[in-house]
Design a protein around this ligand. Sequence first.
Ligand code: X8Z
Ligand code: ZN
Length: 697
Amino acid sequence: MTRVRGSRRAHCCPRRHRARCHLRLHRAPTSLRGFRAATRRHRRSIVNQATRIALAVAAGLALAACSRAPSTAPGPDGTPSQAQLEKETADEFIARVNTEFAQLMPEYTASQWVASTYINGDSELLASKGNERFLARTQQWVEQSRRFEGKEMSPATERAIGLLRLGTAMPPPRDPAKLSELTRLASRMEGMYGRGEYCTGEGEARSCRQLGALEDVLRDSRDYDRQLDAWQGWHTISMPMREDYTRFVSLVNEGARDLGFADAGELWRAGYDMTPVELSAETDRLWSQVEPLYEQLHCYARTRLEAKYPGRGSINGMLPAHLMGNMWQQDWSNLWSLLAPYPRASQLDVSGALERQFQATLNEHLVRESALLETDGRVEVARGAHLEHARAMTRKAEEFYTSLGMPALPDDYWTNTQFIKPRDRDVVCHASAWQMDADATDVRTKMCIKPNEEDFTTIYHELGHVYYYLAYGHQPPLFQNGAHDGFHEAIGDTIVLAMTPAYLQSIGLVEGQAPGEEALINAQMRMALSKVAFLPFGLMIDRWRWGVFDGSITPDNYNRAWWELKARYQGVAPVTPRGEEFFDPGAKYHVPGNTPYTRYFLSHVLQFQFYKALCDAAGHQGPLNECSFAGNEAAGAKFWAMLSKGNSQPWQQTMRELTGGEQMDASAVLEYFAPLQTWLVEQNEGRTCGWRASAGM
Ligand code: X8Z
Ligand code: ZN
């Protein structure tokens, strides 16, 4: 994830500090061989650059001493004095921002990491203070950059300065008290989400479940009432967030206005090398390309649900929110047992295979460490097995990347990563990837891995972020970001598309697939339940937030507007009234975590474009959906070259270098799913598909 709240560096962590600088400290290594050498050069250069700046600052100090003018003294935090600032060229300014950024980054990311992996009042305080410091500095940089308005400068510097303003998803208000309040609220909401639990029963019978346990119910149980209880239970945790979120919105809007935007939503939409209005229109266009495919999938799923839960399988044509196998109805893979087109034609039970592997690991541990069983060691043994298996799942994902010729993960990755949920404390389990320092030597992921297919593919997703960090780690810090945020989200998912049945067989998770139409439709359905089901969800979250930020959705309508959008885009409805006493948006991580979500919608289009380009690079012939580029170094080199560009040029150019085109376009999605779409249309023949969106509340 991109970092957490205010800036960037953690993917899935909200922030984003998108900025680019013109300064080419080094030639970007476009080959994998150049990777290590470039990383070494970059480290030396940061040091040299820091030395140059230190000398410049020292020179400024000497002058200050002669003139005795207090206004020329550097700031208490080592920032340059007014006189030094006035002499600085635009290029020097960007070089200084890069250096300061690199210096600030480790303490900032460490404060966020600790707050996410050890939730308590202390870590919350440190995270909010770390964030405050970082955002205050960002604000200074933006202010300082105003001196260059209208001045001659290289296009790259101009771009870098323009992007400074767009660098955070949490624009800081100028008023320091309000900034402090904002970062406190942000840390508190994320902590509330991470700690969230649903408790039932009294006294001895009292038991509490966190998100993971409630998700297990939705994943594994097809019992109507148990699912409803788990779904409703989780949605109680966000009720107390409503007030904080309302205040949060007004503070980030103030920050956005201070930066010259109409509201925070406009700032979010401004980060795509096109105008906010154009970006919004792009999302409409892409959605209109894929909407007919989603409608067919929706219609098919609804028919199966109606058969499974007679009289209760749909609501005015919409899908009941608690029956989709997922807390937010964004991924329907867990309904495989209900939705498999040809259950006997092929075996694609990846979760079952992972669970069996885990049990085997557990048995080995139990045999080996049987002495412990005389004490209370059984839980510890199970934990050891769980950790070993989670690491093994991660090794498998790493092997995909190294099979493309990419480097092995650094040793520190294996030491610093959180693989499984700790027993002794609350953590934010929502998966994320972290770049802790500007050298990208300390990279990590944070997950609570379980042996199931969803978590297995999420590991590949997170490593996509990590490999992006490694590939662009030689860039100046301000360029160390995705070409746009949808690119960052699409890297690992491009690899997931290459996890074909043949690949899964090669790593021992499924058996050999008999070729044929039925196996093909099964494989397509498996992918569609994850990728196609996601599309309207990817869109609706920020439709809601854009409305909240621009004031068209007011606090007294938060929940109603949420469910109207869910109805309109996803065709999903709750089965019981969800009035304004609830705050259902807060039950989705990215809302309290303030992570923009349009990135995931765009990623679900881009990843098919990237996949197609890599299949071409690998020389794949035949239907797109049969391609896996696993083990293909030509595809890997092409991918790496793209990743190593980071944010150093407009995304359209990066896109052209990889795919030959400059537009986001869903035709690769439609090409990929063409066999399934034809099949769905046949299955749905004679039915009235679609739904009446207004009837959901
Ligand atoms: O948040 C994530 C990743 C981390 S960037 C696990 N995703 C979105 C979600 O879970 O809602 C990946 C797919 C969509
Ligand atoms: Zn991600």
